[in-house]
Design a protein around this ligand. Sequence first.
Ligand code: ATP
Ligand code: MG
Length: 283
Amino acid sequence: MIRIAIQSKGRLNEDSCLLLKDAGISVDELKRKFLGKASDFPLEILYLRDDDIPEVVADGSADLGIVGYNEVAESGAEVTILRRLGFGTCRLSLAVPKTDKYDGLSYFNGKAIATSYPRVLRSFLDKNGIDASIREIRGSVEIAPAAGIADAIFDIVSSGGTLVSNGLKEVERVLESEAVLIAGPSLSEDKKPIVDNLLFRFDSVSDSRGKKYILMNLPTSSVEDAVKILPAMRSPTVMPLAMDGWCSLHSVVKESELWDKVEALKKIGAEGILVLNLDKVIA
Ligand code: ATP
Ligand code: MG
């Protein structure tokens, strides 16, 4: 049995639960209080506030954790990042009142910066030789300049909308973040195969995300061109059709590239193009 810590509620909860579900792990919803148990995998799920996850993993109370990289960096906990998970993407940035003239980092000398991430900020300022004071605030950091609590802020930014609506502008991106899968410094031998199995499943899930299965009829003479357009996992599958000179071609495409590829395929004579959802890619 291994134990994974995930956020109990908040921005990462839903995607963390979805990752487990897509990996074929079912957790009894009713038991989602503090400690849940998967019914079909040797896994316990510990639901925590995200701030607590790095420490709990570092001290071995949980074997694995899913948490924002920003929290890992801020905690300074001794954990290993096993995988980047591709959701919860955001960044930690410095922002200043939008009417201020900003001409580089020296702007911050002698200024007060409000943040919930004092450790990451301190190390950034020290590295750049900037002498600013840090005001640690737990929430609503973005209102600090308007409230006269600080001159600038260092906070999580994703779209930037919150900054704009508070009269601020992002001036320095300091740390790029996304949800990560973390592990503690020591994992007993009996747990290793279970973690490996879970990683294998997570990798299959992430390989299939954002991809579509595509099939079409194609003049056999265009197969070579189609292979150039569709570099699939190894190479596309080509099957003969009853009609002479035609074949059926199957492949996998990134959803982000789908429409460009479809256009290119039509140009070389593809017909009857079908695009299907891809459930899993097993390496
Ligand atoms: P908890 O109650 O668990 O302590 P929280 O309020 O500290 O939750 P959330 O707002 O739920 O945290 O955010 C969790 C994580 O989601 C952040 O640490 C960050 O990694 C990620 N995230 C992605 N986009 C954003 C965003 N726009 N604002 C805040 N966090 C974001
Ligand atoms: Mg938190």
